[in-house]
Ligand binder design. Structure first.
Ligand code: ADP
Length: 380
């Protein structure tokens, strides 16, 4: 399988291996035979900024080739620092970042420039030059790299076609919508045919419909070009729609990391739960207002139960029979089941007659967790 980044890195290795003694050289040049599935490896990476802010505690983890890896966390958690350590826009103060097992921090400046061309990056505010046309914006990195005008034009047209902007080549960014500007940003990030795309809040300035379209485009180009994508977002819907794995950072520490369905289905830490709260369906206000701590009257009323399905025990879906076994006259009040990476998960709020709760105690009842939130009178 063609592997341009590996070829580039090999060429750079040959170059740095031939460099005079005393210049930096990759520490493990023979490691190019490493297992193909690991693309980017963080090996004890930490960062303390001048002035003493510890933005990243020492982190070790790997990103698989061809995967979409999401990073979430509160503001100041260290997400940008971590993302920018991949192309050394921020140099770690501890540990190593390895791409195809090459220590990126050990490359000399020329080698690093070459490597950065293989890593595209897109930003929240697009970073387009307003005085240049779309064609010039996309072609600029090629011209800077010394690519001729004919080849530049050919590649730019190919990319504008890919991002659906073939008819906007000669307009200026001010005439474009936010979504179109980000398409230009994506085309520009792809000019050197990278294997890695870094996305720093790339959809944060866009409305939901445009975000949806840009996510579709990213999914498309990932499939066509076989990219590894690493992205930061505060939009959990982006993680859910696009990522294979998600990492949660909190105060520079990796507090959770795993497949999206697993982290979203069973968020463990406080930081993760806070980030995911907007996705959870809470208790509706009208029911909260009527909730009683004890059953009303003599064994009457309904118990209000919150059921949680994490996707762990019921990946194929939630059995209606198990709900009916709990109580045939249970009522669905609120909630829903989503599918994430083929796992059915979500929350259901149900009302069960208090009298039926006793007989239901022995029923085959199979949410991953459940609790009685309180009681309401019969007319819920
Ligand atoms: P996030 O992207 O999660 O918002 P950052 O990686 O930007 O977090 O920042 C992590 C921490 O490092 C924050 O406390 C931030 O103030 C600090 N920080 C970021 N950049 C610098 C810098 N250039 N100099 C000093 N401190 C910085």
């Amino acid at each position: 399988m063609p592997n341009p980044i590996r070829r580039t890195v090999n060429a750079l290795l040959r170059k740095t291996a031939a460099a005079p003694a005393g210049t930096t050289a990759p520490t493990r040049p023979c490691a190019m035979d490493a297992p193909a599935e690991i693309h980017i490896r963080f090996d004890g990476v930490g960062k303390i900024y001048p002035g003493g802010v510890q933005a990243l505690q020492e982190q070790s983890f790997a990103i698989r080739r061809g995967s979409v890896f999401g990073i979430i966390g509160r503001s100041g958690a260290g997400k940008s620092t971590l993302l920018r350590a991949i192309n050394m826009l921020e140099r770690p103060t501890a540990g190593r970042v390895l791409i195809d097992d090459v220590d990126v921090g050990a490359l000399d400046e020329d080698a690093l420039v070459g490597l950065r061309r293989r890593i595209g990056m897109i930003f929240q505010h697009f970073n387009l030059l307003s005085a240049k046309t779309v064609r010039e914006n996309v072609g600029l990195p090629l011209r800077v790299a010394g690519i001729g005008a004919v080849e530049t034009r050919r590649r730019v047209e190919e990319l504008l076609d890919l991002v659906g902007l073939a008819d906007k080549a000669d307009v200026h960014p001010s005439k474009l919508s936010g979504g179109q500007k980000q398409r230009v940003g994506i085309a520009r990030a792809l000019v050197h045919r990278p294997e890695i795309l870094l996305c720093d809040e790339a959809t944060s300035a866009l409305d939901p419909e445009t975000t949806h379209a840009i996510l579709g485009l990213l999914r498309d180009i990932k499939a066509k070009l076989g990219l590894t994508i690493v992205l930061i977002t505060h939009d959990m819907a982006v993680i859910r729609a696009l990522c294979d794995e998600v990492m949660v950072l909190d105060r520079g520490r990796r507090v959770e990391h795993g497949p999206v369905w697993s982290v979203f289905g069973t968020p463990k830490g406080d930081a993760t739960q806070a980030l995911l709260r907007p996705l959870r369906r809470g208790l509706p206000e009208d029911i909260a207002a009527r909730l009683l701590p004890e059953p009303p009257g003599q064994g009457g009323g309904h118990a209000v139960l919150s059921l949680r399905f994490t996707g762990e025990s019921h990946p194929e879906g939630v059995s209606l029979a198990s709900l009916l076994a709990l109580a045939p006259d249970a009522r669905l009040l609120h909630g829903g089941i989503d599918r994430i990476q083929g796992h059915a998960q979500g929350d259901l709020l149900i009302a069960v007659p208090v009298a039926a709760m006793r007989s239901a105690a022995g029923a085959r009842f199979t949410p991953d967790s459940w609790k009685v939130l309180g009681y309401v009178a019969d007319n819920v």
